[in-house]
Design a protein around this ligand. Structure first.
Ligand code: 5GP
Length: 197
């Protein structure tokens, strides 16, 4: 596969990375397109097929694994599979786009390893695990059980931050959005390898 740049935004669920990715997608000069992942989890709220995710059953997902259709995939939570289809990245690269991902830390680092030069991997840090809990509860799209599962995973994910090219602290959303914008603009406009910070 050959094409534009890859921007990975990874963080514990509830850190604000989705808001950040949406904001970046609205900046036309960055020429970004969102990589729609495949998932076996159930549709939430207003989510649309092909826009937020390609929703599929666990057995369909496993068929794609067998066919080697994924660039990376992960069982992020039990029986909830998520993955990036190779065909999705190819589709967006063919359109001449830089591709932005909203994916979990393991998947993000896997893509970075496969495309070290083309990829900028950004870790979005929440103020604290307690703040994460408050944000997830406010979102109230999931049961307490599911929220606790996400919180337990957050501590493990936070430990992977040093493996990313860049870290953004999302303490103040406006500040974090500006920082992300600048970071991505610098990367998409240069031929340089990402510098560690
Ligand atoms: P959610 O269920 O909240 O949409 O996503 C749960 C987690 O799965 C998030 O951390 C999200 O970034 C991650 N995720 C979404 N798509 C992918 C993917 O294609 N691959 C991997 N590895 N993780 C993903």
């Amino acid at each position: 596969m050959k094409g534009g740049k890859l921007l990975i935004f990874s963080a514990p669920s509830g850190s604000g990375k989705t808001t950040m990715v949406r904001y970046l997608l609205e900046q036309p000069e960055l020429n970004l397109a969102f990589s729609v992942s495949a998932t076996s989890r159930k549709k939430r709220g207003e989510e649309e097929e092909g826009e937020h995710y390609y929703f599929m059953s666990v057995s369909e997902f496993k068929k794609h694994i067998k066919n080697d259709d994924f660039l990376e995939w992960e069982e992020v939570y039990r029986d909830n599979f998520y993955g990036t289809l190779k065909s999705e990245v190819e589709r967006l690269w063919k359109m001449g786009k830089n591709v932005i991902f909203d994916i979990d830390v393991v998947g993000g680092l896997r893509i970075k390893k496969k495309y070290p030069k083309e990829t900028l991997a950004v870790f979005v840090k929440p103020p604290s695990v307690d703040e994460l809990k408050i944000r997830l509860k406010k979102r109230s799209t999931e049961s307490d059980d599911k929220i606790n599962m996400r919180i337990a995973k957050a501590s493990v994910e936070l430990a992977t931050a040093p493996q990313f090219d860049k870290t953004i602290k999302n303490y103040d959303l406006e500040v974090a959005l500006k920082e992300a914008h600048q970071m991505v603009a610098n990367f998409v406009n240069s031929d340089e390898l990402p510098e560690k910070s």
